[in-house]
Write a protein that binds this ligand. Structure first.
Ligand code: P6P
Length: 335
C-alpha cells in the first residue's frame, strides 16, 4: 500500500528541499486548501443545503451572483483574514480589494481568487471550481492598495485551483512544477495523487464555445476550421471538441491529458479584450499550464507578461499543449 502523503507533509518536505515555501506561504496554502474543503462540502450539499439558485445581487462584472458565489467568497475571506500572512485580498465577487482589518496582523502576501468559477453550472450539477493566485506585496509600499496587485502573472509566487467534480482535487504550483491532491473525505485531508504534471506538446482536442463562431477574429476561425476539416484537411488528423463552460474543468482535463482551450476576443463586446479575467483566472491557469510544459498567450503575447492596468481586467486566452498554442498564436501573425 503506497504511503499517503498529505498536503501539509508535502509542503513541509518541499520547503526542506527547495525553500520555495516559506512558513507564511505554507500557512496561506493550507488555509486556502481548508477553505476549498468547506466550499466543496457546500457545493456537494446542492439542493439539500437550500443554497442553489441566484442571489438577488450582481457582481462587479455585472453578472447575476449565485448564492454559492457569495458563500464561497465569504469562506475565503473569513478563513484568510486573521492568519497574519496576508496584506489584502481581491475577488471576482468584490468591486475593490479587501484590506486585512487592523484588528489582525498584516502579512506580505496578496491573495486573489475567483471563489466559484463556472457558477452557471452550479444548478445543473456540472463541475465547478475555485481559482487562486498569490503575489507578494511590493517592498516598501506603505499600507496596501489596488496598485500593489497590478503585477504581471510572472510575479506570482503560488497559483492553483480546486475542482469540485467527481473528485475534489486541488492543483497547485509554487514554481517547481505542478502537483495534484485529491480530498480523502474519510481522512478529511488532501492527499498527493500526482507530481510533475506534464501536458503533451501536441493534441487532437480543442475546447471553445462554438456558438460564438460568427463573432471570432479570422485567426481563430482559421484554426477551428482546420480542426473541423480533420484528416482530409491541412492538419491531416481528426480532432475532438470539449466545452464544459467551467474553465477549471477544461484546464484540469488539459493538465491531465493535453488539449487546447480558447476563449478569444470576439466582436460581441469589441471594447473588451476578452471574457476571462486576467488577475484571478488567466494568470493562475497560465502559470500552471506553463509549469506543466504548456503555453498560454492572448494571441499576441505570453499572458504572464501582460502588465495589468486594472484589477478586473479581461483578456483573450489561448492555453494548453505548447505546439498547438504556438500554431494559433502564429496565425495571429505574432510568432
Ligand atoms: P461561456 C465561467 O463563467 C467562465 O468564466 C469560465 O469558467 C468558462 O470557461 C467561461 O466563463 C464560459 O463562458 O460564454 O461559454 O458561458
Amino acid at each position: 500500500m503506497t504511503k499517503k502523503i498529505s498536503l501539509t507533509r508535502y509542503l513541509v518536505e518541499q520547503q526542506r528541499v527547495d525553500g520555495h515555501i516559506p512558513g507564511d506561504l505554507r500557512l496561506l496554502l493550507e488555509v486556502v486548501a481548508r477553505s476549498c474543503k468547506s466550499i466543496s462540502q457546500a457545493v456537494n450539499k446542492g439542493d439539500l443545503g437550500g443554497i442553489l439558485g441566484a442571489a438577488d445581487t450582481e457582481n462587479v462584472q455585472g453578472e447575476m451572483q449565485k448564492q454559492l458565489d457569495i458563500i464561497a467568497n465569504e469562506v475565503l475571506i473569513e478563513a484568510n483574514e486573521w492568519g497574519g500572512h496576508l496584506a489584502a485580498m481581491a475577488s471576482e465577487e468584490m468591486d475593490s480589494i479587501y484590506v486585512v482589518p487592523n484588528r489582525y496582523p498584516q502579512g506580505e502576501y496578496l491573495l486573489m481568487f475567483d471563489p466559484l468559477d463556472g457558477s452557471s453550472n452550479i444548478d445543473v450539477n456540472v463541475s465547478i471550481g475555485t481559482i487562486f493566485s498569490v503575489l507578494k506585496k511590493p517592498e516598501g509600499s506603505p499600507g496596501v492598495s489596488e496598485a500593489d496587485f497590478l503585477q504581471p502573472g510572472s510575479q506570482q509566487v503560488a497559483a492553483g485551483y480546486c475542482v469540485y467534480g467527481p473528485q475534489t482535487t486541488l492543483v497547485l504550483t509554487v514554481g517547481d512544477g505542478v502537483v495534484m491532491f485529491s480530498l480523502d473525505r474519510e481522512q478529511g485531508s488532501f492527499v498527493l495523487i500526482k507530481e510533475n504534471v506534464e501536458i503533451p506538446a501536441d493534441t487532437k482536442e480543442f475546447a471553445i464555445n462554438m456558438s460564438n463562431m460568427r463573432h471570432w477574429d479570422e485567426p481563430v476561425k482559421r484554426y477551428v476550421d482546420e480542426c473541423l476539416a480533420g484528416k482530409e484537411g491541412p492538419r491531416g488528423k481528426d480532432f475532438n471538441m470539449r466545452w464544459v463552460a467551467s474553465m477549471v474543468a477544461d484546464v484540469h482535463r488539459i493538465l491531465t491529458r493535453g488539449g487546447v482551450f480558447l476563449y478569444p476576443w470576439d466582436k460581441r463586446e469589441p471594447q473588451k479584450a476578452g471574457k476571462l479575467r486576467l488577475m484571478y483566472e488567466a494568470n493562475p491557469m497560465s502559470w500552471l499550464v506553463e509549469q506543466a510544459g504548456g503555453a498560454a498567450t492572448n494571441g499576441q503575447q505570453r499572458i504572464l507578461d501582460i502588465q495589468p492596468t486594472k484589477l478586473h481586467e479581461r483578456v483573450s486566452v489561448i492555453l494548453g499543449s505548447k505546439n498547438e498554442v504556438e500554431r494559433i498564436t502564429s496565425y495571429h501573425g505574432t510568432l
